[in-house]
Design a protein around this ligand. Structure first.
Ligand code: 57M
Length: 358
């Protein structure tokens, strides 16, 4: 909004020219979202506590989680507000990609809100039934994919990390592929969100990586130099990723061990959905599996565990998702979380190196 309202004044006041730069606006999107989460965090926690929106802890979970009962959840509301306000302030509001990603984020946020509301306010442990939740996620992702597909500048060619010569064109199949990326990312983040600070760390790493990816794909000189697709207007998504980074950092202040608030599905579903959407728009869909490798491993651990349990009646892990396996092995929660962050940072760096190694 500042770009649209303030930048046009640069002809009279040349210093306002700075509002043109994506880098400048990204930095301030980070700062704005961070300050917003800091400022409204205590209030949101207090309101949620007052409304008794407390977490119910499953009795069959790790023993170390039982004392977390009643921790206010739905802190994702704080993250969502900070991301939306900061993006609306600092991004170019005439950019279609920004509206598309805001649509996906809000849509997944509403699904998460509904699920949390049923679980925490109505005290229905099942929450939103899986088939409705999944159906709604697919609907939001389908609308997002169709929105992209219908734009004339859009390409259905995939770029494969490390291999610049392999560029399969998926054609119309790109739509189910994009849905898979967006819905998969949303659910994988949700599964990861089971220890204090566990999900938000890799979210920040992924947001930083895609902030850089969005910037270079939107910049014709950089994209030509790096031999990556040049997507006009995608650079503006760096501002959005900056808002995710700032909001997440602010949330971590409250969610770090011992957490005073959990994000709930209202946080995990939109954060995953947003990053999946950014990956699709910037044509770096497969890279998300590498940069967000922690989310992939968490989701795979559940798939293997359930498949093994159903087919052979035996578990692969002591408990899935995999962070519970380490808890049951006796690792302390902060140790698991920080080690997962370290792996996430390494994967983020390797992922970014693929921009050059191709
Ligand atoms: C979300 N939610 C946490 C919190 C958070 C198919 C199956 C593997 C699904 C999976 C599942 O339900 N995953 C979805 C995981 C929950 O956190 C809430 O949920 C939100 C995210 N959606 O924001 O509101 C619990 O996680 C802990 N937590 C923290 N700190 C945080 O910052 O400590 C969360 C955030 C919280 C809190 O204890 O209550 C969750 O784990 O439920 N199901 C599971 O993960 C269950 N696994 C399982 O059943 N495994 C079996 C299967 C696969 C065969 C097995 O391995 O044998 C576990 N979850 C729980 N207890 N709670 C196991 C038992």
């Amino acid at each position: 909004m500042f770009y649209n309202l303030i930048y046009p004044l640069h002809e009279s006041y040349s210093f306002l020219n700075v509002f043109r730069y994506i880098t400048f606006r990204t930095i301030y999107a980070i700062v704005t979202a961070l300050l917003m989460s800091f400022l409204i965090g205590p209030k949101v926690t207090e309101i949620l506590r007052g409304l008794q929106v407390g977490q119910m802890i499953r009795a069959d979970g790790p023993e170390s989680h039982q004392h977390k009962s009643g921790t206010p959840t739905m802190g994702g509301l704080l993250i969502l507000i900070a991301i939306l306000v900061s993006t609306l302030l600092w991004a170019d509001m005439t950019n279609g990609y920004i509206w598309l990603v805001l649509f996906a984020t809000t849509g997944f946020g509403l699904i998460g809100f509904w699920d949390d509301y049923l679980k925490c306010v109505r005290k229905d442990p099942k929450g939103l039934l899986a088939r409705y939740k999944f159906g709604l996620q697919i609907t939001i992702a389908l609308i997002t994919a169709l929105g992209l597909y219908s734009s004339s500048a859009y390409s259905t060619v995939l770029s494969v990390p490390f291999f610049k010569d392999i560029q399969p064109d998926l054609g119309i199949l790109y739509i189910p592929f994009a849905i898979l990326v967006i819905v998969g990312a949303s659910n994988a983040v949700n599964l990861t969100d089971g220890l204090d600070g566990l999900a938000i760390g890799p979210i920040m790493v992924t947001a930083v990586a895609y902030m850089i990816v969005a910037y270079v794909t939107g910049h014709s000189n950089f994209s030509d130099y790096l031999l990556i697709p040049n997507i006009k207007g995608a650079g503006e998504l760096a501002v959005f990723c900056g808002a995710i980074l700032g909001a997440s950092l602010g949330f971590l202040w409250f969610n770090t061990y011992p957490a005073t608030i959990f994000m709930g599905d209202i946080g995990s579903l939109p954060l995953g959905g947003a990053l999946g959407t950014v990956a699709v728009i910037t044509k770096h869909e497969l890279l998300l599996a590498l940069v967000g490798g922690i989310f992939v491993v968490e989701a795979l651990s559940v798939i293997f565990q359930v498949a093994s349990f159903k087919s052979r009646g035996k578990r692969v892990f002591l408990m899935a998702p995999i962070h519970h396996h380490f808890e049951l092995k006796g690792w302390k929660e902060p140790k698991i979380v920080v080690r997962f962050w370290i792996i996430a940072i390494i994967l983020g760096l390797v992922g970014l190196s693929t921009l050059k190694l191709r």
